[in-house]
Design a protein around this ligand. Structure first.
Ligand code: GRF
Length: 198
């Protein structure tokens, strides 16, 4: 009843954190929450092998195969919605999924799609968040888990973590420190949702 599908595009470290939390914190027994599938829009995503190593079912839907379609974004989103729906999830977790989803997808999964973003939203939606936080002279960075709507990184916030910026930080060192905290934050936020605390 709380089954999940995770969407990735890259290294999949947040997906691994979620899968480990699901196992270690007994999400299936406690909440009826099982990760049904990990789907990547990139066939070369390193996270796919990590998911298989964890015993998770994986699928690939390559967005580039829709490029000759008159409306490639909508066509991809419609196909993705079908694929996700075939696993009948209650929740869809975006974990480093680097595609903006349109209403073609989102209308099918209203109030069900969560995302993790590496900034303290509403500051710095979009790309290059760490560079922008450093350029703005921020003293604190962080990450946010939020509901997904059709505006980029703008849905209601579920949970956040604050990461202090050190004087010697560059975008790479900051990203690495924030990512470690993302791995704590995302499972915590999902567990909050599963236990009805939102
Ligand atoms: C994370 O920083 C996530 O917040 C952002 O992209 C990165 C993905 O990392 N959206 P991973 O694929 O989970 O390792």
């Amino acid at each position: 009843m709380n089954d999940m599908v995770i969407l990735i595009s890259g290294s999949g470290s947040n997906m691994v954190a979620l899968a480990q939390a699901a196992q270690q914190r007994h999400w299936q027994a406690r909440f009826g929450a099982h990760i049904r599938c990990v789907i990547s829009n990139r066939p070369d995503a390193a996270g796919l092998a990590k998911a298989r190593d964890l015993g998770l079912h994986t699928e690939v839907l390559d967005h580039r195969s829709f490029k000759d379609h008159p409306q490639p974004r909508d066509a991809f989103d419609a196909a993705l919605a079908e694929l996700v729906q075939s696993h009948q999830p209650r929740w869809v977790l975006l974990a480093g999924f680097m595609r903006v989803l349109t209403p073609v997808f989102l209308d099918r999964f209203e109030h069900s799609v969560m995302n993790i973003h590496p900034s303290l939203l509403p500051a710095f939606p979009g790309l290059n968040t760490h560079e922008r936080a450093l350029a703005a002279g921020c003293r604190f960075a962080g990450a946010s888990v939020h509901w997904v709507n059709s505006e980029l990184d703008a849905g209601h916030i579920i949970d956040q973590v604050v990461v202090p910026i050190s004087p010697g930080d560059d975008a790479q060192s900051l990203a690495a420190r924030v990512l470690t905290q993302e791995h704590v934050l995302y499972p915590r936020a999902v567990e909050r949702v599963l236990s009805g605390q939102t």
